[in-house]
Design a protein around this ligand. Sequence first.
Ligand code: HGY
Ligand code: MN
Ligand code: MN
Length: 432
Amino acid sequence: MNAITAPGTLTPPSHDSAAIDLAGIGIEIFAQIEALAALSEDGPKLTRIFLSPEHRQANDRMMGWMRAAGMTARVDAIGNVVGRYEGDHPGAPVLLLGSHLDTVRDAGKYDGMLGVVSAIACVAALNRARKRLSFAIEVIGFGDEEGVRFGTTMLGSRAVAGSFTDDLLERTDHTGKTLADGLIAFGLDPQTIGDAARSRNDILAYLELHIEQGPVLETKGAPVGCVTSIAGASRFEVDISGRAGHAGTVPMSARNDALAAAAECIIAIERRCASEPGLVGTVGQLTVAPGAINVIPRHVRFTIDIRAPDDAQRLRAIRDLESEISFIRATRKVGIDIRLIHELKATPCAPWLMKQIGDAITAEGLPRIDLPSGAGHDGMAMIDVADIGMIFVRCAGGVSHSPAESITIDDAEVGARVLMNVIRNFTPGKTP
Ligand code: HGY
Ligand code: MN
Ligand code: MN
């Protein structure tokens, strides 16, 4: 335990969250979510990718809201937007709040944005009440959590956590631009990414509010939940090289059809991942070349996303699939290259933070529901620099990564009230 979080060095704030007026906070949150949803490369769909013009517009919008909430606001060395609300004394340690501002393609408008906007709304309420706490609050809008543009995820939070590695600068997007090119075009210097890194010594905890992206809270009739852990994830890029040929003349027995081989691999992935509870596998992207109706496919590239709550379970499934894919390679006489492009271990939420989240939920007169997260979150990176806690908000049908993603204003308000309650009663520390 370092000096800052030793008990007694910070006086816990008064337990009077009731003194902070949160009336209408759900409406305020919804209005800002709607404003952000309009910042898209393909409106009326919502797609906002890392270091894009829409990302810059979102950062500008966030800095305006952060400053209006009494914070200083800046963009850090990798493009995250960071607001800071000072504590009751200079140089106070920081409670980090936040989530991500980037989206998947044709996304819902709450995944990520709800956590950033709710955190700002809580700080705005503290500011209106002229409340200062014994710690500073920083709100981070991470620029890349989904990994849509460069394939590997959590680039923003990895830079903050100090786990960004320079090889990532060479990752390319679908146009062939590297991450370094993207940073320069955004007005940033790839050589200074290290400046975004924070030290564990000045962070008390990282706390994220996020939609559940699953059906558990809705099934249990609960508006909010306390996250226990985040499933570990591995992402791969697979290249299959066969032989192009005339669709009308090459006998079936003489083909090296890259797409048929890919199809066999994809069914093997689905079959293996469906064989164990908790294990999930998805092939979300696939390209075919040359892509003509009357040519036997020469090359296929597809992605694999494999997750499990338990790392050994995930790694066992990966080993099994690697041997199945080797068998397909041999029997179909094609080339198959599998590249790991991203991996983050299963991440536990800190019991001491879970207790404070649970207390905040019950203080709102609600049942405490603890649940794991199948979706990935920035806390998987932030665990390298702080203990993490997450508050989940119910979403309709558990639907996410889809324009059908939706929550109610009431649930947005409950989520913000729970977040505010954790903030007002936050006591740094370790497992109770
Ligand atoms: O893919 C995920 O789980 C997250 O939404 N980035
Ligand atoms: Mn997402
Ligand atoms: Mn998310």
